[in-house]
Design a protein around this ligand. Structure first.
Ligand SMILES: *[C@@H]1O[C@H](CO)[C@@H](O)[C@H](O)[C@H]1NC(C)=O
Ligand SMILES: *[C@@H]1O[C@H](CO)[C@@H](O)[C@H](O)[C@H]1NC(C)=O
Ligand SMILES: *[C@@H]1O[C@H](CO)[C@@H](O)[C@H](O)[C@H]1NC(C)=O
Ligand SMILES: *[C@@H]1O[C@H](CO)[C@@H](O)[C@H](O)[C@H]1NC(C)=O
Ligand SMILES: *[C@@H]1O[C@H](CO)[C@@H](O)[C@H](O)[C@H]1NC(C)=O
Length: 681
């Protein structure tokens, strides 16, 4: 990368990117009707309701739930000496990437960034029964599936998996999941009882959006050594019901913290974990009836506990001993925490800047590069099973900011570059700040919609960066400091498919409304000109890095708190940039992220709806009696605050059409999948 002369001398002459040529928007609807009186209808297209509920209270006065906290942080000041122009020479093929001293990752899929759902809230997020799915949740998942081709990766587990019991004959109250409170503390993890219907619910979600699952087993040696052991039963049924959509059963959740959390006696260490893991998995293999013995994931260590790090687990022979039964190797990690330690809490404003440069993503992934190589050499996948901005709930104003969403995108792409195969963002309850999406509190579920957290958008960017080919390899092309003094604010990645660059992701972490730090990146193909005379660009934008809700990806938004049904609203916009003599100049304003699609093919492989038809054609749920709860219907139709008023012209004009195959398959199809309930009785 070499630095070129700045595009323009000052803010007054710099033209901010405008939406020039929105590509044709084809609205196609997919109607799946079933024979029974009640049917689940899925369709694409239409305009989602414009979600516009303004923040309720000023942050100073706010005493409500964390998930809706309107606190915003102050942006860090821009660097004193702006860098406004860069030239980025893309190596023309993979060999030239390596020759230039950079590395290309393993092949990645568009579903790389997914979700980790705490077991105890699986029902409130996904549905109360297999026949009663939460439509907004399906919409959030479908947005990924239509972009990535592959369905979203979802982990169900977390601390609450550890004391969980499956009831094969069902629970007394016929629920899929019951929380049994065992102690008085508000934050104490409850004991979870669940029924087979939890797996049926997950299977039914898979039939709609192709979701792939990690599921957390309890970690209880007494259980597997007892004749009535429950864990082998849970493992057997998980495989039986979820089939090939089950990517792995995780065994142990953050065992490096077991002593801290009083789950094991003082002195419990790596060797204890390794033997316990062996005894539990061996007993599941012998006492259960697994259809697939390549079933387990571990060790899910998280927290840099000296003597209990990933290296220690690998050195203890865990990988080689278990290689025949491991589906994936997992770690979990948050960069910081909002736990009160000895009465001290971190002040979010003090650490905001730590999330707003590329050093964060690099330094979070670097410690795992050696482990990832070891895992790859053993023929296994490395997965970040649980992560987010900060443990203990995240931080007000930080975890829900546009800056955090930029960071999450950078961090996910850096993990992909570091040869992880998936990374899952944790979703907690109403009391956390970092959720990618939060359903309304249960006593407001009829009057309010869901709340989209800024980090949700990162899943859309990552899905589009990799697209649907499943052979995307990524390289970190961030300029070195000698060519860009502000390089930490300007990460850049290139994606290669079939030995040629197909997409480029450009960041500008700097918050500077004056325009003085807006960046122009000149893309060229090293040594020759870019094949394309035209490239396509989509922008991820917000007024400031501290913004919580006024956030757009390709001009579409998920709106304000209590204002989302999981669909994007607004018209998707893609900027067409004409290249001159093989140089394409891409404006990247401060702050924003741009994804540059180097060909129409690269663009359509990130957006095409062709796949949606085949995915949804087999999506009639179960026996055809599937329904979605009526509250979800209400929230799907743009009703806000219970006044019954439609909040956008779009919501009143949705017509449900049958699939018209002739309308599918233009050169570029831009479509959105939504799910709504059609109650026909
Ligand atoms: C990732 O894996 C690829 C393929 O094995 C390898 O060439 C590359 O060096 C690895 N990247 C890193 C950062 O180790
Ligand atoms: C572990 O399993 C045993 C035997 O099934 C059971 O009695 C005990 O309650 C379990 N412990 C936990 C913490 O779930
Ligand atoms: C960049 O991020 C790193 C790691 O998060 C942090 O330590 C550093 O202070 C940040 N740099 C600036 C200039 O804010
Ligand atoms: C919902 O329940 C919470 C907690 O019990 C309460 O503080 C709040 O006022 C309730 N809201 C409504 C709209 O009833
Ligand atoms: C979906 O749920 C129904 C129960 O309503 C169940 O009978 C059916 O087996 C489920 N489908 C799958 C694929 O598990």
């Amino acid at each position: 990368m070499t630095r070129s002369s700045p595009l323009a001398s000052g803010p007054s002459t710099f033209t901010r990117p405008r939406i020039l040529h929105p590509l044709s928007l084809i609205t196609s609807l997919f109607l799946i009707s079933v024979a029974s009186a009640q049917a689940l209808t899925l369709y694409t297209g239409g305009t989602a309701p414009t979600a516009t509920v303004a923040p309720a209270a000023s942050s100073a006065a706010y005493t409500g739930l964390a998930a809706y906290d309107p606190t915003t942080l102050t942006s860090p000041p821009p660097p004193e000496s702006p860098v406004t122009g860069l030239s980025l020479a893309l190596p023309p093929n993979s060999q030239s990437v390596f020759d230039s001293g950079r590395l290309l990752s393993i092949e990645q899929k568009g579903n790389f960034l997914g979700f980790s759902v705490e077991l105890s809230i699986a029902n409130s997020l996904m549905g109360n029964s297999p026949a009663n799915l939460k439509v907004p949740f399906l919409n959030y998942m479908a947005n990924i599936q239509t972009r990535a081709g592959a369905g979203p990766i979802i982990r169900v587990g977390g601390n609450s998996q550890e004391d969980s019991t499956i009831f094969v004959d069902g629970l007394e109250d016929a629920a899929i999941l019951d929380k049994i409170k065992v102690s008085a503390g508000v934050t104490d993890t409850p004991v979870i009882n669940y029924s087979l219907d939890l797996f049926h619910l997950m299977a039914n979600i898979t039939s709609l959006v192709n979701a792939e699952w990690f599921f957390g087993l309890a970690f209880n040696e007494t259980d597997v050594t007892s004749p009535t052991g429950n864990i082998p039963v849970a493992a057997t049924w998980a495989q039986r019901i979820l089939g090939s959509s089950l990517r792995g059963l995780s065994v142990g959740n953050e065992p490096d913290l077991y002593v801290d959390h009083s789950k094991r006696p003082a002195g419990y260490g790596v060797n204890d974990y390794v033997s316990e893991f062996n005894r539990i998995t061996q007993s599941v293999l012998s006492d259960g009836s697994l259809s697939n013995p390549v079933a387990f994931t571990g060790p899910s260590v998280c927290c840099d506990v000296i003597g209990f790090e990933m290296d220690d687990v690998l050195n203890a022979g865990w990988l080689s001993n278990n290689v025949n039964n491991l589906a994936a190797v997992a770690v979990q990690h948050y960069p910081t925490n909002n736990c009160k330690i000895n009465g001290n809490v971190i002040n979010a404003q003090d650490i905001f800047a730590d999330f707003l440069n590329h050093t964060s993503a690099q330094s979070l992934v670097a410690p795992y590069l050696g482990n990832a190589a070891t895992v790859q050499a053993a023929g296994k996948e490395m997965v970040m099973l649980e992560t987010n901005t900060a443990s203990c709930g995240g931080f007000p104003g930080l975890s829900d900011s546009f800056g955090a969403a930029m960071w999450m995108t950078d961090y996910a792409l850096q993990m992909a570059y570091g040869n992880f195969s998936a990374a899952l963002m944790h979703v907690g309850g109403q009391n956390v700040y970092y959720n990618p999406f939060t359903p309304p509190p249960s006593n407001q579920s009829t009057t309010k919609q869901w709340t989209t957290g800024s980090v949700y958008y990162a899943t859309l960017l990552v899905a589009e960066a990799f697209g649907q080919s499943n052979v995307s390899r990524i390289v970190d092309m961030t300029p070195t400091p000698d060519v860009d003094a502000n390089n930490i604010y300007h990460p850049a990645y290139a994606v290669y498919e079939n030995d040629a660059p197909s997409r480029v992701v450009l960041f500008n972490y700097i918050d500077d409304a004056s325009g003085a730090n807006d960046l122009s990146v000149t893309l060229t193909l090293n040594g020759s000109t870019l094949g394309a005379s035209t490239v396509y660009v989509r922008y991820f934008q917000a007024p400031t890095v501290g913004e919580q809700y006024d956030i757009t990806w390709a001009n579409q938004t998920m709106g304000y708190s209590f204002g989302s049904d999981g669909r994007l609203s607004g018209t998707q916009a893609t900027v067409t940039i004409t290249c001159t003599d093989g140089s394409c100049v891409i404006p990247v304003q401060a702050p924003s992220v741009a994804i540059v699609f180097l060909s129409e093919q690269a663009l359509s492989s990130s957006t095409a709806a062709q796949n949606a038809k085949s995915v949804f054609s087999t999506s009639v749920i179960g026996t055809g009696s599937a329904t979605v709860d009526a509250q979800a219907l209400q929230t799907s139709n743009g009703q806000i605050n219970g006044n019954g008023g439609s909040t956008s012209k779009g919501s009143s004009s949705w017509g449900v059409e049958r699939i018209d195959a002739s309308r599918i398959g233009g050169s570029v199809i831009v479509a959105m999948v939504v799910a709504v309930l059609a109650l026909t009785s």
